[in-house]
Design a protein around this ligand. Structure first.
Ligand SMILES: [Fe+2]
Length: 291
């Protein structure tokens, strides 16, 4: 990952980079992806999948993104599929309105810190991602005003509980009056009137994403699924918040994955539970609700 690509990540909250994986390694990765999808096996039981996760390149990219000497896996994701859409397609505007969200909550100070107190999300594409194959839509640059908003409104007590995984949508969901957390419009153009960018990629490229900005899944108009493998990373020493179910899943997954890594790669999985704390919708943070 070049300095220029890092600068683009900082400015836009997303950048697509090349990986050094060779064609034969990509073939193996895609075959593992297909096999895991067909079998439903746990990903860590497939040595070819484990080989992707432990490839040193991902760790090196995460170090650069997080400005950290040492990084650990936050989540070694299962193979991710965006299957062909088999219902009538919604308009791009509807898809954006229904799908746009942020996943990670952190302040702008968290993002600017060294090491960064943010999750580095690396989406590794094991097949081509043309625009119509459900390429992820991202609103470049939205991460900055959103994180600056959290910097402004959150209490010091709550800021100390970041970064955390906490999905938020610009429009609070109907019928959930108890859960009206929302993201206000932060410029003259409402979020839903802004046009997201499809992040297309070549097979073997990696989308480096800061999901503290707005992005959305997209209906796959192709006949072939979009095949991804994701890992996310944090800088050693940063404590990360996860809802209880995700925390429990991550700790259980890590334990199994760690056993299957080569000894010299085992350090990428945390060997303790100190890095993660539990954060849920309750107790609610009042400053995040509509007045
Ligand atoms: Fe997301």
């Amino acid at each position: 990952m070049t300095d220029q690509q890092l600068a683009e990540y900082e400015e836009k909250g997303a950048v697509t980079i090349d990986s050094p994986l060779l064609d034969e390694e990509l073939d193996r990765a895609e075959t593992a992806w297909d096999r895991l999808k067909a079998s439903g096996d746990r990903p860590y039981d497939d040595p070819d999948y484990v080989d992707i996760v432990q490839h040193p390149y991902f760790e090196e990219v995460a170090k650069k993104v997080l400005r950290a000497e040492s990084v650990r896996l936050w989540w070694g994701l299962s193979p991710h599929e965006r299957p062909p859409w088999n219902k009538p397609f919604d308009s791009p505007r509807e898809q954006w309105a229904n799908g746009c969200h942020v996943d990670i909550q952190a302040t702008w100070e968290d993002f600017q810190a060294t090491p960064r107190r943010m999750r580095a999300e690396l989406w590794f594409w094991v097949n081509e991602v043309p625009e119509d194959r459900g390429a992820m839509r991202i609103l470049p640059g939205s991460h900055k005003p959103i994180m600056q908003h959290w910097s402004r409104i959150l209490t010091p007590e709550h800021k100390a509980m970041l970064p955390r995984v906490h999905g938020i949508r610009p429009v609070p969901s109907e019928g959930a009056p108890a859960c009206r957390e929302h993201l206000p419009d932060l410029s003259d153009t409402p979020w839903l009137d802004q046009e997201p960018v499809p992040y297309t990629a070549k097979r073997g490229q990696i989308l480096v994403l800061c999901s503290g900005g707005l992005h959305s899944a997209w209906q796959n108009e192709d006949t072939v699924p979009r095949k991804g493998m994701g890992t996310s990373w944090f800088a050693e020493g940063v404590r990360c918040g996860l809802p209880k179910n995700q925390r429990d899943d991550a700790l259980a997954y890590h334990k199994e994955l760690r056993k299957r890594l080569r000894p010299e790669r085992r350090h990428i999985v945390p060997d303790n539970e100190d890095w993660v704390f539990e954060t849920n919708y309750d107790p609610k943070w009042p400053e995040m609700f509509l007045p």
